[in-house]
Design a protein. Sequence first.
Length: 402
Amino acid sequence: MRVHIILAAVFWCGFVDSRKIRGISSSYKRFYRERKSFLCIDGSKILPFEQVNDDYCDCEDGSDEPGTSACPRGRFYCTNLGFRPHYIPSSRVNDGICDCCDASDEYNSHAHCQNTCWNLGQRERAYVEGQMRTLDEGLRLKQQLIEEGVLLWREKQAQLRELQQVAEDLQIKLEEHRRRKNEADRLKEQTLKALEAGDSGLIRQNSTVTSVFQLLDSNKDGSITVDELQARVALIHDEERVLSEDEAVALLGGGHQMELTKFRHTLWDILTKGDSVKIKDTLGAPDSLGGEDPHLKAADRAAKWEATNLKKVEEAYDTVNMEISDLQKKLTIDYGTDWEFLFLNNQCYKLKVYEYTYTLCPFNQVTQKNTAGTEVSLGHFFCIVCQTLTRRTVCVLGGCGP
Ligand SMILES: [Ca+2]
Ligand SMILES: [Ca+2]
Ligand SMILES: [Ca+2]
């Protein structure tokens, strides 16, 4: 009799244990109230609570059997205290294989499952802490790159403004040199025509004016300055004295420099009158009056001189404009919301794979070079610019990389 009572108690305890609300997460516990009817979670049926976890599938969604393997679509929730909770298919409940680390899925089987959640959790926590340290380090480095990016961005903006100013100055210079070249060409043309027409007086005058101008313009930059005038011109009645700056400026018509056109109509007249100032010596003066066609030679030299100067300025202007264009293109690239990728702009990274060396230059291009030294391009950087227009996002591929 006593044995029977003990067996009945064990059987009853086992029954209660198997009917415990198992395999549900705390957020679903509100659906399982003992001593109340059970409504399948999909709302399809109402059952007496005894039919919950009775190892017979009553609800289509399997919600009446969260703790048994009765329903094909059922899910069993492993609480896994100390580690990560997760769901397993309810077919794995009491199948003799330990699936939940807290062994809760094998509550009524012969499997000897150990609760390994704490150890797994410890490993997981150590891993997550390592990840967090890496993340913190990454964020710190990113902040550094943002600060560098902001500085670089400002630097490039300042560089752009500077180049634009240089271009503006060169534009003015360019116009001036074009004017000078046209003037020199015109004089050469005039001299040529006069030579053909035999007008020696005009030839002589043009040639002499140009020759004297070139003599005074000792650095050959196309204008006579105060220093150049002081070096070559003296007062008729006080030859030894160097002209004062005021005297030189007065002779230059009130400015600090004088070009050929103005010289022809002002200082040239003063010099040729010969009553106040004169050229100190004529050594080094062009041989304007000797040899064959010296007048034309002088005009030709002047025209060539002006053409050379113009070419130099044109080249400088083109170079600056190219630099501006390159810089503007670089500034249109998306370097991240805080310019954190701007530092990559002038970087290149190499990787050797077998006989090939790959070079990746972000925002620029990728190349492949073999051991024989032959390099081929694998592609250039392109921008993708996206715009949302009337609920449609349109992306355009554009060559905005350098
Ligand atoms: Ca059931
Ligand atoms: Ca199992
Ligand atoms: Ca000069």
